[in-house]
Design a protein around this ligand. Structure first.
Ligand code: HEC
Length: 327
């Protein structure tokens, strides 16, 4: 029997299905991604292209294999809703009573609300002044938007102002590696993406928020053990240039203590590559509230009309109505 056509069909099927899986499906899912708007009344497009120097830094990041030890993808296991007081109101005793009421209701399991550490029950005797200081503060957490909205209503019935804030949760977020999960949009303007796969070091998707100082990064690249005790990250000294100090030291020269300091009359200056890499690192953020990965960010206190209580309340309700991100 002639197996030719059968072999051809089998090979065709194998190649076609892998093409569909590796080329067609990703193209359909994320091939037409565009800039989008941030959520929560922030009139800003996301993402914006990185500054030129930071774009060069991506090449340096790639060339030096940083992605072998660092990922840039924050995971998230779900979202919860935090009931946050933004204003204690005039009748603080009533506000505290309402808060404790809600906490008790959850203890009696009539609602799914978990008291957060900010809501220490013993504090009610001091008329709640401790409890209500340092607002906005989240007091209760709920996995159900319905319960959260009911609680917000109960609190707003006193003179206080409460809001339901969407908070992404998960192990990566608990480590402080970002505010929300990484989404494809985050890489929209990077011609090469470096999501990485191993985590010998921390995830860097949000390192620009965590460590916003380019100088910190330069010193860390030159001497990781100096910046972080016991660091096992290799130093990248070849990104720096030791040179004879002129009459006036270079403004870029690293300030190095003790053993690290260069011999007298010399200075250590970052090369263009090091500066670009530092600019790239501080351009990494994973904290923009997006439709695909919603979270509530604190709005600046009452500056513009959009921040009036009514307006922020509607934005929050919209945000709660947004679809929960894929698990
Ligand atoms: C051999 C693995 C390894 C490589 C390669 C590596 N790192 Fe690291 N990195 C680490 C470890 C481990 C830490 C945690 C200790 C520390 O902060 O120094 C770290 C920490 C960091 C931090 C601080 C992050 C934080 O949240 O504290 C930054 C920024 C960083 N690395 C950037 C880089 C860059 C840029 C490169 C490439 C030039 C690079 N790393 C290459 C292992 C590595």
């Amino acid at each position: 029997m002639n197996y030719g056509p059968l072999v051809f069909l089998a090979a065709f099927f194998a190649l076609a299905s892998s093409w569909c899986g590796f080329v067609l499906t990703p193209q359909l899912q994320i091939g037409r991604l565009q800039q989008t708007n941030m959520l929560g009344g922030v009139a800003m497009s996301y993402p914006v292209a990185r500054p030129g120097l930071a774009q060069q830094g991506l090449e340096v990041y790639r060339a030096n294999g940083c992605a072998y030890c660092h990922s840039q993808q924050v995971g998230q296991s779900g979202t919860v809703v935090d009931i946050t007081l933004t204003d204690a109101g005039t009748n603080q005793a009533a506000t505290v009573a309402a808060l404790l009421n809600l906490a008790n209701a959850s203890a009696n399991q009539t609602t799914v609300l978990t008291p957060l550490p900010a809501l220490k029950l013993g504090d009610s005797d001091s008329a709640g002044t401790n409890l209500l200081s340092g607002l906005p503060k989240a007091f209760l957490r709920s996995s159900s938007p319905k319960d959260a909205n009911a609680a917000v209503k109960a609190l707003n019935a006193t003179s206080a102002k409460a809001q339901a804030w969407i908070v992404p949760v998960g192990p990566d977020l608990a480590r402080g590696w970002g505010r929300r999960r990484t989404v494809a949009e985050d890489f929209l303007f990077d011609s090469l993406v470096m999501p990485g796969s191993q985590r010998v070091g921390p995830d860097l998707a949000d390192v620009g928020t965590r460590l916003p100082d380019a100088n910190w990064h330069l010193l860390h690249l030159y001497a990781p053990q100096f910046q972080v005790k016991g660091s096992i990250m290799p130093p990248y000294r070849f990104l720096f240039e030791p040179r004879k100090a002129g009459r006036r030291p270079s403004p870029d020269a690293l300030v190095l203590p003790g053993d690290l300091a260069p011999p007298k009359g010399y200075e250590v200056v970052p090369t263009q590559a090091a500066k670009a890499l530092a600019a790239y690192l501080i351009s990494l953020h994973a904290d923009a509230p997006l439709f695909v990965a919603p979270l509530t960010v604190a709005s600046a206190p009452a500056a513009s009309p959009t921040n009036s209580p009514a307006a922020s309340e509607t934005t929050t309700t919209n945000a709660v109505a947004a679809p929960a991100p894929a698990k």
